[in-house]
Ligand binder design. Structure first.
Ligand code: ADP
Ligand code: MG
Length: 677
């Protein structure tokens, strides 16, 4: 019991969860598994770990709280550190891929689900922890779903759950939606704790701008801007939250809003109190965290805040003061595209349940309004009822390798909350076999055991390991790091500036000699690193210095992983080809699944059995050089009206000749035989 509870933070006492703190900690104590549900913003993520901390759970180990999104892990940790009055990284810390802000003192650890999955790999008993909280279950991210199955598998058995522990591990699963019955029955009918919410009604209106025919159009950006401005000029005080799709759309919308705000005198005669101005704030994943912090601060008196955000503001982060929602009706989502046979980020209509969640954000403080820019017809014809869980729509390659390395050989009958289609599992097995991570019988190879250690796409890891076995990791480590960070190239909005930037970027490519986008990345990395004034170098070359700094840090971390592995039984090979072709030949080992051959004019055809017709993206240094090319490999694809390949590199047929048959001659039935035994 925590009768002597005395939080200095009066704000947190106002949260719905506060009334239930004693019962809640007791419920965690009483059962190995617990499902906690409560409206977004009720205080689950920020408060429950603090209650458990105060109730003494940290005596037996740390408290882990997973988040599907890295930004959420970071911002929430910042908030909780502030509430607990300790510097971030001490008692409260966070860990996300390539960024660990924890110390020996850390007992409340916010982390991405991917990071906890890696920890399970190193220590399946999670012996460091007393409580593991899987948060944002309703998001149904791939890693959270897998963790849920794993924790069920490992800790449902009381003997295993207490093995080597003074106190059995407690698993708490938190969700904003009311799928609690399904979760509870999945976890052996465990208890459910529902935090009663208090929400206000939200009136929703449909627009006339976006109909079922506009699915491929980008008109929604302009439409949300128009709507935001209408709301600003005609509605009583209260902040606005705009839901858009991704960074570039958000930046464009903010630019448009700024332009409008400059040209319009916005001291309107609206009802009391008068809204004088509009404070425009973008919010997306790869934004610097100091800028993100601003989002939560109340606007100056008389100013209306307008946050333009990705889906991150739908459930992971709650911004106080929101009264108006403007819903674009779209989301950027990673989907398996059966046309090209790979995962791609695409803009798709949101589901109806997602739209309801978005609208609900307007009703936390008082009655709110939600303005949907799409028509009722769009709602009825284009929007699915529910969002499909990520596990049922993306590649499972990395996750299947992780499971296999954990000894879960039978990846088909693994306890999935929602089972992926068997062909997705078979596809993952096939890819792992192609990368030599598993053998013909579906058993993990030595190489597979090495591959699982890298938080990268298995193909990229395969290339990196090939390079390391040839002793030329210095070529691949920077490339892998550069491919792991976002937004390296600055793309200015104004056309004349864009020309200048393009010219600089082309210059960086030609400096490498042969046109090859991977080598360009390597060259940027090296030139910047060896420069006396790296930030000035970046500015001059229209490169984001922040991205390069991250790439340097990522490269160091990948190098450390590699060094650690090289102390094990590490393969060594010799190279008898031309040294100048070393980088490209290493890349072929992991990218032969992404090979295309020019068929006619500027059109290439992929060789993976899908035979998709693809074009080189204009951002590639090989754009307009197509006539001189025959075979190429590429890092990823972008699907618009055409299929574009990005980060491209010319290769010779001989380098992939022996690998290409692997794309077709795989007996998936045999690969899954272990699973079927
Ligand atoms: P839940 O997890 O139930 O959705 P949270 O614990 O995330 O709820 O949020 C509880 C409250 O904490 C909300 O009112 C939210 O606005 C506030 N909050 C969370 N993070 C921050 C932050 N970084 N700065 C200011 N307030 C925050
Ligand atoms: Mg939360």
């Amino acid at each position: 019991p925590i009768e002597t509870w005395d939080s200095e933070d009066s704000e947190s006492k106002q949260l719905p969860i506060y009334q239930h703190r004693n019962k809640l900690t007791q419920a965690v104590k009483n059962s190995p598994f617990l499902v906690v549900t409560g409206e977004t913003g009720s205080g689950k993520t920020t408060q429950l770990p603090q209650y458990l901390h105060r109730a003494g759970f940290c005596k037996y180990g740390k408290i882990a709280i997973t988040q599907p999104r890295r930004v959420a892990a970071i911002t929430v940790a910042q908030r909780v550190a502030q509430e607990m009055r300790c510097p971030l990284g001490r008692e409260v810390g966070y860990q996300v891929r390539f960024d660990d802000c924890t110390s020996q003192d850390t007992v409340v650890k916010y982390m991405t689900d991917g990071c906890l999955l890696r920890e399970v790999l190193a220590d399946p008993g999670l012996s460091q922890y007393s409580v593991v909280i899987l948060d944002e279950i309703h998001e149904r991210s791939l890693n959270t779903d897998i963790l849920l199955g794993l924790l069920k598998k490992i800790f449902s058995n009381p003997a295993k759950a207490t093995k080597g522990r003074a106190f059995p591990l407690k698993v708490v699963v938190m969700s904003a939606t009311l799928e609690s019955d399904k979760l509870s029955s999945f976890l052996g009918d465990c208890p459910v704790f529902a935090i009663p919410g208090r929400t206000f009604p939200v009136t929703c209106t449909f627009g006339s701008a976006i109909g079922p025919k506009d699915i491929e159009s980008t008109a929604y950006v302009k439409e949300v801007v128009k709507m935001a401005f209408d709301v600003h000029t005609s509605e009583v005080a209260g902040d606005i939250l705009v839901f858009l799709t991704g960074q570039s759309e958000i930046e464009r919308a903010c630019d448009l809003l700024f332009e409008k705000a400059e040209t319009v005198d916005y001291r309107f005669d609206v009802q009391d109190p008068t809204v004088e101005g509009l404070l425009i704030l973008p919010l997306y994943g790869s934004m610097p965290t100091d800028q993100q912090r601003q989002i939560f601060q109340p606007p100056p008196p008389g100013i209306r805040k307008c946050v333009v955000a990705t889906n991150i503001a739908a459930t992971s982060l709650t911004i106080n003061g929101i009264k108006y929602i403007i819903d674009s009706g779209f989301v950027k989502q990673l989907n398996h595209n059966s046309r090209v046979g790979m995962d791609i980020l695409e803009v798709v209509p949101i589901s109806k349940s997602e739209a309801q969640q978005r609208a609900g954000r307007a009703g936390r403080i008082s009655a709110g309004k939600c303005f949907r820019i799409y028509t009722k017809e769009f709602w009825e014809k284009s929007m699915p009822e529910y969002t499909i869980p990520e596990i049922q729509r993306t590649s499972l390659t990395a996750v299947v390798l992780t499971l296999k390395c954990l000894g879960v050989n039978d990846v088909i009958s693994f306890p999935y909350l929602d089972r992926p289609e068997e062909r997705f599992i078979l596809e993952a097995l096939k890819q792992l076999y192609q990368f030599d991570a598993i053998d013909r019988r579906g058993r993990v190879t030595q190489l597979g055991e090495l591959m699982v250690e890298f938080p990268l796409h298995p193909g990229l890891t395969r290339s990196l390991l090939k390079a390391a076995s040839l002793g030329c990791q210095d070529l691949l480590l920077p490339v892998a790091a550069m491919l792991s960070v976002e937004n390296i190239f600055i793309r200015p909005g104004r056309p004349e500036k864009q020309k200048e930037a393009d010219k600089k970027h082309r210059g960086l490519a030609t400096r490498v000699g042969s046109m090859n986008d991977f080598a360009t990345l390597l060259s940027i990395f090296q030139s910047c690193k060896s420069s006396d004034r790296p930030s000035a170098w970046c500015k001059e070359n229209w490169i984001h210095w922040r991205a390069l700094k991250s790439a340097f840090s990522v490269e160091t971390q990948l190098r450390e992983i590699l060094l650690r592995l090289q102390q094990r039984n590490f393969p060594v090979e010799t190279f008898d080809g031309n040294k100048s072709e070393l980088l490209r030949q290493c890349l072929c080992t992991g990218y032969f699944t992404n090979v295309a051959r020019r068929s006619m004019g500027k059109v290439f055809c992929t060789m993976d059995g899908h035979g998709s017709m693809v074009h080189i993206h204009p951002s590639s240094s090989l754009f307009d050089q197509e006539a001189e090319l025959n075979w190429v490999i590429f890092h990823d694809v972008l699907v618009t009206s055409r299929v574009y390949i990005r980060t491209v590199c010319p290769i010779r047929y001989e380098w992939v000749k022996d690998l290409l048959p692997k794309l077709h001659e795989v007996d998936v039935y045999e690969l899954s035989s272990v699973a079927r035994e």
